[in-house]
Design a protein around this ligand. Sequence first.
Ligand code: NIG
Ligand code: FE
Length: 419
Amino acid sequence: MLLLENITTLVTVAAPADPPSNSAIPIPHRAGSAMGELGVIRNGAIAVEGERIAWVGPTESANFPDAERIDCSGKTVLPGFVDSHTHIVFAGNRANEFAMRLRGATYQEIAEAGGGILSSMRSVRGSTVASLVAESLPRIRNAFRHGTTTLEAKSGYGLDTENELKLLHAIQQAAAQVPATIIPTFLGAHAIPPEHKASRQEYVRSIAEEMIPVVAEQGLAEFCDVFSDTGYFTVEESEQIYKAAAKHGMKLKVHADELSSFGGAEMAARVSAVSADHLLMISDAGIAQMREAGVVATLLPGTAFYLGLPFAPARKMIDEGMAVALATDCNPGSNMSENMQMTLALACMGMKMTVEEAITAATLNGAAAVRRSDQIGSIEVGKSADVAIFNVPDYPDIVYHYGVNQVEMVMKLGRVHRV
Ligand code: NIG
Ligand code: FE
């Protein structure tokens, strides 16, 4: 038994016992105004038995005389962040494109000139699984050091069967070497590869009929995602892919309404996706339909910041009762950052979310966005002992004093890592 005690501010983000009855999301989460409730315990304590949380309460009520103790006075403890949208496993680096954007080129212009996702595709096709793992591990460790205990990671830079499988194997092997939990997503539909420029329907067919069956059979991905946007996959193509994925038992995610108002949110509702992500250009109908269908709205303010685009309308979404999650989108083109603390700061300063809403979005609702909020995302008895310990006395300080790493220790499945 391990006891974290004298925690100056313990933020549990304890979920309502059952999902709110007026919400269509079938797993614990907080939607709308409930996102502002954090379940704070002052001078709190957490008892951990093995990999699980055994007890949570005020330090004065903790009665575990034989426990090993960690004094957390002066600290704030949060559930470990759940970064539910990343492209963190890739090869190479696109700093040259970043420099081009600073000189005025847009993300789309760079993509149309053969850069962007296709540039990372060339690097991945020239890599081995081992080199992909070696390049990605430092980034995954960086995420962990900044308080992320679970992260989702997408393929999508291989763009043919062999190289998509290579990326998914790299994700699987990297996951075995880090304390963080990694949830794999298949994103073969990230871009049309050059060899299919004149035969896009053939590429869509190969995703639906060749890649998805193999990925599902080998258990290499839990989710299937599609970049549904102008210049990428149409709504019709996306639905064809989702149909195949659902048939093979995969859960669905959508890159929706990032670069244009494309009907991505409406489609996410139609196909019963677990989450729709980005949503910078979401329509009013998209908000209503996602809420009714129980789709988590995952916002990635780092990407809007990095690309100089207008932020997603988070305020409107929360005020209209949606469940909003926050994630980094960590990738080599549109947001090269693993830092969830920075994501919180951007959510508050760029999207006018409150600190309470941002914390809920980065923990419990992030867990809902990967369908794991029955196991992770809040500090409650029976859940995984995944917590981040910050060297600040109160939770608003994490955003107030931004741009530096405030995490001092991370506990993953009951094991303490000093970072
Ligand atoms: O989420 N939108 C599509 N994919 C990524 C960008 C990937 C890249 O540029 O490498 C994103 O923004
Ligand atoms: Fe993305």
